[in-house]
Design a protein around this ligand. Structure first.
Ligand SMILES: *[C@@H]1O[C@H](CO)[C@@H](O)[C@H](O)[C@H]1NC(C)=O
Ligand SMILES: *[C@@H]1O[C@H](CO)[C@@H](O)[C@H](O)[C@H]1NC(C)=O
Ligand SMILES: *[C@@H]1O[C@H](CO)[C@@H](O)[C@H](O)[C@H]1NC(C)=O
Ligand SMILES: *[C@@H]1O[C@H](CO)[C@@H](O)[C@H](O)[C@H]1NC(C)=O
Ligand SMILES: *[C@@H]1O[C@H](CO)[C@@H](O)[C@H](O)[C@H]1NC(C)=O
Ligand SMILES: *[C@@H]1O[C@H](CO)[C@@H](O)[C@H](O)[C@H]1NC(C)=O
Ligand SMILES: *[C@@H]1O[C@H](CO)[C@@H](O)[C@H](O)[C@H]1NC(C)=O
Ligand SMILES: *[C@@H]1O[C@H](CO)[C@@H](O)[C@H](O)[C@H]1NC(C)=O
Ligand SMILES: *[C@@H]1O[C@H](CO)[C@@H](O)[C@H](O)[C@H]1NC(C)=O
Length: 399
């Protein structure tokens, strides 16, 4: 068909859709400007912060975690339910359509209204964790704009447009905090007092930020599909898609490759710090290489320590960019963990505790799987760990 016929056919189709509503319809000179009054305005959650990033002097109220009675020390593994694998995945239809073009099955497809609220303790705690994360990200973005002048951004090759991007990200975070606050209801967590292990060198801020956004993203991927409220999970997924873009941009501010993986890892729920899940003592990776160094093999004590283990510009010995991996198969990793009894969490309102015995394994959560490897030389609060068992993906360059 010549292209003019295609146009006419398309115009005819559009006219058919428009029906009688326009007196003299013409798709080639369409009216492009309309105005209308929005029917509702969105009311944003109050997002003022309580402290100018000074040390916080609140009294912790909870040791360990919130708890009710505990049914079992752990969840026993068992096979998938009978019949789970019986669907004949052959591309044909095996049941009547639920409605025209709507194949049988799926969850939340039967016409029941979606429930955009927590439906279990699991949901509430997970969604409030996501909200705490959004508050922290918002504060960190505002902190970066307030503490680092444009001159410092210029020194790192970043322009006023880049600062505008940070400001826009902060607005996005207000949107996410509003969403999650509305989902959780009136008891939703409010912002805390935040302190960052940062100096006035912008490289530290950028590295810390890309890591904070990374763990927010991976935490949510670890639990979002386990929420009882699939509807709330859907909203969370759509805000996490933005968090993931923010994380990539922050990596690029640091001059890093935007996405060094094929799949983003999801962190197991119990390892994510939240009010119920895990007020475990912090883990320090003693020889985590400073991301700005050239050669990861002789790194020691040159990051800001747990939990972020982020760039410390003061401790940096050798700056520069290189293709030498900071980590590689067989690289020995030295670990140290805090003793319990340290104040953590929102407003320092929890004290860390542990019921663990002598640790025996490290869990390496990668993009393809989670792998346990034995710990060596476990002493009081330190151990060595040789991730020789995980090859290419565990051992790849991680900055
Ligand atoms: C599942 O199937 C196995 C083998 O057919 C059977 O032994 C088991 O009782 C079934 N379990 C349930 C919960 O039906
Ligand atoms: C529709 O599905 C929901 C779960 O998504 C379920 O709670 C509800 O009972 C179902 N309604 C009917 C009429 O089957
Ligand atoms: C932290 O403490 C401040 C001041 O007491 C309070 O306004 C805020 O709600 C608290 N935030 C959390 C998450 O507990
Ligand atoms: C990295 O540093 C170690 C120890 O200083 C050295 O043995 C090794 O040759 C260096 N590797 C590269 C690629 O420079
Ligand atoms: C790293 O710091 C720890 C704790 O402060 C210290 O015990 C250790 O000697 C340091 N190691 C090196 C190589 O500097
Ligand atoms: C950064 O490194 C310097 C020098 O080693 C050290 O004094 C400082 O405590 C470190 N900063 C943090 C937040 O760990
Ligand atoms: C900031 O840190 C970078 C390394 O990350 C370093 O190259 C630069 O010299 C530092 N700037 C200042 C003013 O210390
Ligand atoms: C390990 O802990 C014991 C008891 O608290 C202490 O006596 C010992 O000095 C510690 N050992 C090391 C290497 O820190
Ligand atoms: C997990 O992934 C790593 C990295 O690709 C691989 O070396 C290892 O064999 C995998 N483990 C299992 C149990 O599949």
């Amino acid at each position: 068909m010549p292209s003019s016929s295609v146009l006419k056919a398309a115009a005819a189709a559009v006219l058919a859709l428009l029906g009688q509503s326009l007196a003299a319809p013409s798709v080639l000179s369409a009216t492009a400007t309309f105005s209308s009054t929005p029917s509702a305005t969105v009311s944003l959650v109050s997002n003022t912060y309580i402290s100018p990033h000074a040390s916080y002097t609140g009294t912790p109220t909870t040791t360990g975690a919130l708890s009710t009675s505990v049914l079992a020390p752990s969840i026993s593994p068992r096979p998938a339910a009978n019949g789970s694998s019986s669907y004949p995945a052959d591309g044909r239809l095996h049941a009547a359509l639920a409605a025209p073009y709507l194949p049988s099955g799926g969850e939340g497809t039967n016409g029941s209204a979606p429930v955009y609220r927590p439906m279990s303790d699991y949901d509430y705690q997970a969604l409030s964790l996501a909200l705490y994360q959004a508050w922290a990200e918002l504060d960190l973005l505002r902190y970066g704009l307030a503490e680092y002048p444009q001159s410092e951004f210029y020194r790192h090759g970043l322009t006023p447009t880049d600062r505008y991007l940070l400001r826009f990200m902060a607005e996005q975070q207000v949107g996410h905090a509003t969403l999650l606050t509305n989902v959780l209801g009136p008891g939703a967590p409010r912002p805390c007092a935040y302190n960052y292990p940062l100096t006035d060198n912008l490289t530290e801020y950028i590295d810390f930020s890309q890591k904070l956004f990374k763990w927010g993203e991976s935490s949510i991927y670890g639990f979002v599909n386990h929420l009882n409220s699939r509807a709330a999970g859907q909203l969370l997924t759509q805000s996490t898609a933005i968090k993931a873009r923010q994380q990539m941009l922050l990596r690029q501010f640091a001059g890093l490759f935007p996405m060094p993986v094929w799949f983003e890892p999801g962190i197991p729920r119990l390892l994510v710090v939240d009010p119920v899940g895990a007020n475990f003592p912090a883990l320090h990776i003693i020889n985590q290489p400073n991301p700005a160094r050239i050669n990861g093999s002789d790194a020691a004590n040159e990051t800001t320590g747990a939990p972020a283990n982020a760039l410390n510009a003061t401790a940096l010995k050798k700056a520069g960019e290189s293709s030498t991996p900071l980590s590689y198969p067989g690289r020995q990793v030295f670990l140290r963990w805090d003793a319990p009894g340290i104040k953590v969490g929102p407003n320092n309102s929890y004290v860390t505790s542990t019921t663990a015995k002598q640790p025996r394994f490290a869990l390496w959560v990668g993009q393809l799987n989670a792998t346990y490897t034995p710990l060596h030389n476990v002493r009081n609060n330190t151990a060595d760990y040789v991730p020789a068992e995980c090859h290419r993906v565990c051992g790849g360059s991680r900055r």
